[in-house]
Design a protein around this ligand. Structure first.
Ligand SMILES: Nc1ncnc2c1ncn2[C@@H]1O[C@H](COP(=O)(O)OP(=O)(O)OP(=O)(O)O)[C@@H](O)[C@H]1O
Length: 637
């Protein structure tokens, strides 16, 4: 590790006047020009910006203060602390923090995390109708993902939210693991070569990992989990790159477990020793026996891909392949060899907000013609360097560069030799830097449960564990109210205070409803990649997520959350219940209205009606409209 004066060169640290090490980098927000919004996460809004000092294009993630009086969110502090200590080419780098001070001295300043701008996230890229991955490209991304995981796990960090949407990719073909909001230091031994995920000796919360990427042991509520939980997510991402959509998209935890067992086989004492003693196994025991159909589902990918995928999606977390061993898998060392990152094609930006645009495009465009000519490059060829000509390389709204044969990019040239980990061959990698040992890892999170059993974030109740109105994910499409999300790093939630109304705990703003999306044909293993003809017309794919209202949905953890059967769909949800009609509604619809009465005959007191503005699950829903004597504030307004 290169060090200058004791400071690791890549870690943004500087010495203070009295010789102490300090994190370098707190700038003012005025040092950046905003270039547009990229997306909204649960704990922050992300924008693209350019640094006025360096000209570098960056992403600014605003840390949302849901409750200012509680101060800076502890979850964001943890994420910042972890990111400050990580330095690897495949981990998103925290460049600095930026502060925006308000003119109002009473208002707290806003904080922004500054990271390099990445052109895409993997989930967005897979949704882009003009992007089709070839096998060398998939191998290239997988190697980078595994290198990032290896670095994290060697440094005893669990990511705990591995998913395609958290993998950012830039137009130099570099993939980086992002979103450390659920990450935490791991107290057990890091994985060893040839020893799978090993065993953990202490408990962690099992309310982590987005459902579609959640390993079976977490669904069955194993608390002594290991780095193998991240490897399961890597397996899901690997499959997703082949299929173009998430491979295990359960619409409830129970259904998630069912889908897993259908793919990899039912658990038994051989393939998942100890499964029947896990707290969440009861619902699963009634499942029909499944042999597992992974080799059939992925037969087009060939035996080596199937072998690696089976290693990553192993039910037994102790034997699930670790990142060190996965990188040595023959899949990466046999033809077609992995592409080099710099040789990968460049694509139109795809972030959360761009994705909506892609869906719009799908509706606007006619179905793809059989032999494409739309957006073809001037010569129907790629430029010398394997990239499209500069005028169409970047920027929004350009048509993808295509050859004359179909709607696809020219495949990247593969490595001329097999991939071998190690600095001599793996030239694109920055050397792995261990964080400065003088810097302590973040402290352990506070105790998992507070006295009432409710989730707490910085002493603020995030979620009432018993607030049961939340089972909307079963009726409104998968992942909407996704498993999430104890960002406090601790806190299985059992019991709790029924009176507290939850604040927004976590929204997975990403997860589209893929339930009706036909599988995309697999990329061919040889060159050239498949023509558009083999794909379902993406213009016609339903993307129900567009119909999801932007309302925030809380993750409602409870004892019953795991493996619950789907909720009763006849039970009305808030959005299904119309607000009571009022005089102006009747007027607008040209209906007769008897002043002072609802159509059901009840008296309308007029004035402010709490039923229109409060949650139907709130206490007021079943009450009659406000009475005159209650609405005194009408006169005061
Ligand atoms: N460095 C970056 N460059 C480009 N886009 C980014 C960057 N960081 C985040 N984004 C985009 O911003 C969005 C949200 O970012 P992020 O995942 O970090 O927030 P979050 O609150 O942790 O989100 P989530 O709810 O998914 O956990 C994503 O759509 C991602 O594509």
């Amino acid at each position: 590790m290169a060090q200058a004066g004791g400071i690791p060169s890549k870690v943004p640290l500087e010495r203070t006047d009295d010789g102490r090490l300090r994190f370098r980098g707190c700038s003012r927000i005025q040092d950046y020009d905003f270039l547009g919004k990229l997306g909204e996460g649960t704990f922050g809004e992300v924008s693209k910006a350019r640094s006025k000092r360096t000209g570098a294009v960056v992403a600014l993630k605003k840390i949302l203060m849901h409750n200012e009086k509680d101060g800076f969110p502890i979850t964001a502090l943890r994420e910042i602390k972890l990111l400050k200590q990580l330095d690897h080419v495949n981990i998103l780098k925290l460049e600095e923090m930026a502060v925006e001070r308000s003119k109002d001295p009473k208002k707290k300043p806003s904080m922004f995390m500054v990271t390099p701008y990445m052109d895409h996230d993997l989930s967005g890229l897979l949704e882009n109708p003009s992007v089709h991955f070839t096998e060398p490209q998939i191998k290239c991304y997988m190697i980078q993902l595994l290198e990032g995981c290896k670095y994290l796990h060697e440094n005893k960090i669990l990511h705990r939210d591995m998913k395609a949407a958290n993998l950012l990719i830039n137009n130099n073909g570099i993939l980086q693991i992002a979103d450390f909001g659920l990450a935490r230091p791991y107290d057990d031994e890091p994985p060893k070569e040839g020893h799978g995920g090993g065993e953990a000796t202490r408990d962690y919360t099992c309310l982590v990992v987005t459902r579609w990427y959640r390993p079976p042991e977490l669904l069955l509520q194993l608390r002594r989990y290991t780095t193998a939980i991240d490897m399961w997510g890597v397996g899901c991402v690997f499959g997703e790159m082949f299929k173009g959509r998430p491979i295990l998209a359960g619409n409830s935890d129970l259904n998630q477990a069912q889908q897993i067992f259908e793919l990899v086989g039912s658990p038994n004492d051989d393939n998942m020793p100890g499964w029947s003693e896990l707290p969440g196994c009861e619902g699963v025991k009634e499942f029909e026996f499944r042999r597992g159909n992974l080799p059939t589902v992925f037969r087009e990918q060939g035996s080596l891909a199937i072998s690696l995928l089976s290693e990553l999606l192993k039910l037994d977390w102790r034997k699930r392949v670790n990142a060190i061993d996965a990188l040595k898998h023959p899949y990466f060392h046999s033809p077609p060899f992995p592409a080099r990152p710099g040789d990968l094609p460049q694509f139109e930006d795809s972030h959360e907000l761009d994705r909506r645009k892609f869906r719009g495009q799908k509706q606007a465009l006619p179905p793809a013609p059989a032999g494409g000519s739309v957006g073809m490059g001037p010569n129907g060829q790629w430029a010398e360097n394997g990239r499209p000509p500069p005028n169409i390389q970047r920027g929004r709204g350009h048509q993808p560069y295509q050859n004359g044969q179909g709607h696809h990019h020219r495949p990247p040239p593969p490595y001329s030799r097999p991939y071998q980990p190690g600095p001599d061959i793996d030239t694109y990698r920055r050397p792995t830097l261990h964080p400065d040992p003088s810097l302590p890892l973040p402290p352990k999170p506070p105790p998992a449960l507070d006295q009432s059993g409710a989730f707490r974030n910085n002493n603020r109740v995030l979620v009432d564990p018993q607030y049961n109105g939340g089972y909307r994910n079963d009726t409104r499409g998968p992942g909407i109210m996704d498993q999430r999300r104890d960002r406090s790093g601790g806190g299985a939630a059992y019991g709790g205070d029924r009176r507290r109304v939850p604040e927004v705990a976590k929204v997975d703003t990403y997860i589209p409803n893929y339930s009706n999306v036909p599988e995309r044909a697999a990329p061919r293993r040889d060159e050239p990649p498949p023509s558009r003809d083999g794909y379902p017309p993406r213009e016609s794919l339903p993307f129900a997520r567009d119909s999801i209202p932007p309302s925030r949905e809380a993750y409602i953890p409870s004892r019953e959350h795991h493996l619950l059967p789907p909720r009763d769909p006849t039970y009305p949800l808030r959005d299904d219940l119309p607000p009571p009609r009022r005089e102006d509604d009747h007027r607008r619809d040209g209906l007769p209205y008897e002043r002072g009465r609802y159509e059901d005959g009840r008296k309308d007191a007029g004035g402010y009606d709490r039923r229109r503005s409060r949650s139907p699950r709130g206490r007021d829903w079943d009450r009659p409209p406000m009475r005159e004597r209650d609405s005194g504030d009408r006169y005061r307004r």
